[in-house]
Design a protein around this ligand. Structure first.
Ligand SMILES: Cc1cc2nc3c(=O)[nH]c(=O)nc-3n(C[C@H](O)[C@H](O)[C@H](O)COP(=O)(O)OP(=O)(O)OC[C@H]3O[C@@H](n4cnc5c(N)ncnc54)[C@H](O)[C@@H]3O)c2cc1C
Length: 552
């Protein structure tokens, strides 16, 4: 057949670049926050994850979604999830780069910072796999407090070789851990949990329990074990339990998968509903202090919500920048058109700010012995989780529009990034719940607000807009009137102050200046409500060039 036309004015695919080396904000932030020792690992992972093969795996894992097999052909319960081979390939690659455990294997300073960067790069390619890897990463800070479990499961948690088969943990090179808190009647308010844990003899010298009830969301049901909350009978209150997928005698634990969720995004990841029919479990932490015990895990998963969202935004913005470099309209490349430069610059600012905040936050997880860093992490994790995750869907939608109609088409990756984005705001504490948590930190832990303000004030004197913003914020934090009603506004202001302070201290002057002008109020006193409304005087072209991925 004769060709009817030549394909013109279409960009090449953005694949094959190192996700690390092509991202100046990530590289510089890594060095700033003490992750320089992991440069080689990051570069290698960035190349692996940025390859065309990895993007293809990401596409397949989300197109050919997991299927639940409750029974085998003979009618035995098996409760297995069948994943496409692409899912297993992504998991294998991610675990080989220690995305699930780097700081627990490598005591070198910067390991938390490097791991956050690794997770954010994985989220750019296949975000669904982040869930089981995050849970596994976040479970160790709880499990290491239990001498028995730390001894038996610790070495497997430090393994790097993915083994999807259901085998006793001792026979696996590495294991995965999931979390199941949410029930039908309540997710934020887990005190409403109705699952019961009853005494069931002893195992290896410690009390064993039988858990009966249900969980409404359990996102990594093929994990080797789970941390679950249940009401401890008789009358001890909500406790945390370690529930392995195999009982100590090697038979399947009574965790019955009911169905998989049909979700907006995150489709590669098999979020399930399950019932517990007297499942074997061991008490973790103190009886009746289940929320307190699992909070340590939740704090780490929140860090990953920030890293995951920062990654989603970065990939969307990279795609937009790349497209604009290669596409012309009305006789000029999009990247040269002033209004498009304004949109791209604004998106680039959002991405760089999210990256800087993610890396600084990760550094705070490095030093749990420092009380100032602990206080900072306590409040900044919640504030960053709220803001970075909330901004992601908006930024990704705008990046999608930069690609025009092609951005709305699956092959462009933008639809998948867009569908993925809201979940980070919903799970691990939905928006309002997170904002109320920030208030709780301010009121109940008096060292938190000063630690936060000290960090923001490290930039004092460098930008008058930031200085004024910080003083207003300090007054707002000290004002208890209508605090709950104002909580979103307060948290927004905290997050913007933190981002601005980090950029003022660490980013090139034109980036910091643009961010302060755009987010802290321009000279006219009106901040733009949509992306692309940066005020006059902002050096859009330079901001765009810095964020760009080159014209390869
Ligand atoms: C894809 C996916 C995977 C998940 N995986 C897991 C998992 O593996 N394990 C697990 O345990 N859970 C999981 N969850 C559940 C998730 O953590 C919960 O959905 C979330 O915590 C919210 O709980 P909920 O759905 O019961 O909503 P609710 O608690 O009913 O909250 C509904 C809304 O009300 C708001 N709200 C609640 N309290 C207040 C208040 N006091 N003031 C103002 N507003 C308030 C919340 O912010 C939210 O917006 C998953 C969820 C999704 C979507």
């Amino acid at each position: 057949m004769e060709p009817t036309h030549e394909v013109l004015n279409q960009p090449p695919p953005l694949e094959g670049d190192s996700l690390y080396e092509s991202d100046a904000a990530l590289r510089e932030g890594m060095a700033r926050e003490g992750g320089a020792g992991f440069e080689a690992e990051l570069a290698a992972a960035g190349r692996d994850l940025g390859s065309a093969e990895s993007f293809a795996l990401g596409r397949q894992a989300n197109r050919f979604t997991p299927e639940l097999r409750t029974h085998d052909r003979f009618g035995h319960r098996i409760d297995e999830v069948d994943y496409h081979p692409a899912w297993h390939a992504v998991m294998r690659l991610a675990m080989s780069h220690r995305i699930h455990n780097l700081p627990w294997c490598d005591a070198q300073p910067g390991a938390q910072v490097a791991r956050a960067a690794l997770l954010s790069m994985l989220a750019q390619v296949e975000a669904g796999a982040c869930c089981p890897l995050t849970m596994t990463f976040a479970a160790w800070p709880v499990l290491r407090n239990d001498a028995d479990l730390a001894r038996t499961w610790g070495p497997r948690l430090r393994g790097t070789e993915y083994e999807p088969r259901l085998l006793p943990a001792a026979e696996k090179p590495a294991v995965l851990i999931g979390m199941a808190m949410t029930e039908k009647q309540g997710g934020s308010d887990v005190r409403a949990n109705t699952t019961r844990a009853e005494p069931a003899g002893t195992h290896a010298g410690r009390d064993a329990f039988a858990l009966t009830g249900h969980k409404w969301f359990c996102s990594a049901p093929m994990s080797d074990a789970f941390l679950m909350l249940a009401q401890q009978e008789p009358g001890r209150g909500l406790s945390c339990f370690f529930v392995p997928r195999l009982r100590p005698d090697g038979t399947r634990n009574a965790i019955h998968l009911q169905r998989l969720k049909d979700k907006l995004g995150n489709r590669s990841n098999a979020s399930s509903e399950l019932e517990l029919h007297g499942a074997f479990g061991l008490l973790l932490g103190e009886a009746g202090r289940g929320v307190r015990t699992i909070l340590e895990m939740v704090q780490h998963t929140r860090l990953d919500c920030v890293a995951g969202s920062a990654g989603l935004v970065r990939q969307a913005v990279a795609q937009a920048l790349h497209h604009a470099e290669h596409r012309s309209t009305f006789g000029r490349r999009l990247a040269e058109q002033p209004l498009m430069q304004n949109v791209l610059a604004d998106l680039a600012l959002e991405s760089e700010a999210a990256t800087a905040l993610m890396l600084r936050l990760a550094r705070a997880f490095e030093a749990p012995e420092s009380s100032a860093e602990r206080a900072f992490a306590r409040i900044a994790t919640a504030a960053a989780k709220y803001w970075v995750c909330k901004r992601a869907p908006q930024a990704i939608a705008e990046a999608m529009e930069c690609l025009g109609g092609g951005g709305y088409v699956e092959e462009s990756i933008l639809p998948r990034l867009y569908r993925e984005a809201p979940v980070n705001a919903i799970w691990e504490g939905s928006g309002n719940v997170i904002c109320l948590d920030v208030l709780r930190a301010i009121v109940r832990e008096p060292e938190c607000a000063p630690a936060l303000l000290d960090e923001i004030r490290l930039a004092k004197g460098a930008d008058r807009r930031l200085d004024a913003w910080t003083e207003r914020l300090a007054a707002e934090l000290a004002d208890p009137a209508d605090a709950e009603l104002r909580a979103r506004r307060t948290v927004e202001r905290i997050a913007l102050a933190l981002e601005a302070s980090l950029l003022v201290r660490g980013a090139p002057g034109f980036v910091a200046d643009a961010f302060c002008a755009a987010r802290l109020g321009d000279p006219d006193g009106v901040a733009g409500l949509q992306f692309g409304a940066l005020p006059r005087g902002v050096e859009c072209k330079k901001v765009v060039e810095r964020a760009g991925v080159g014209r390869s």
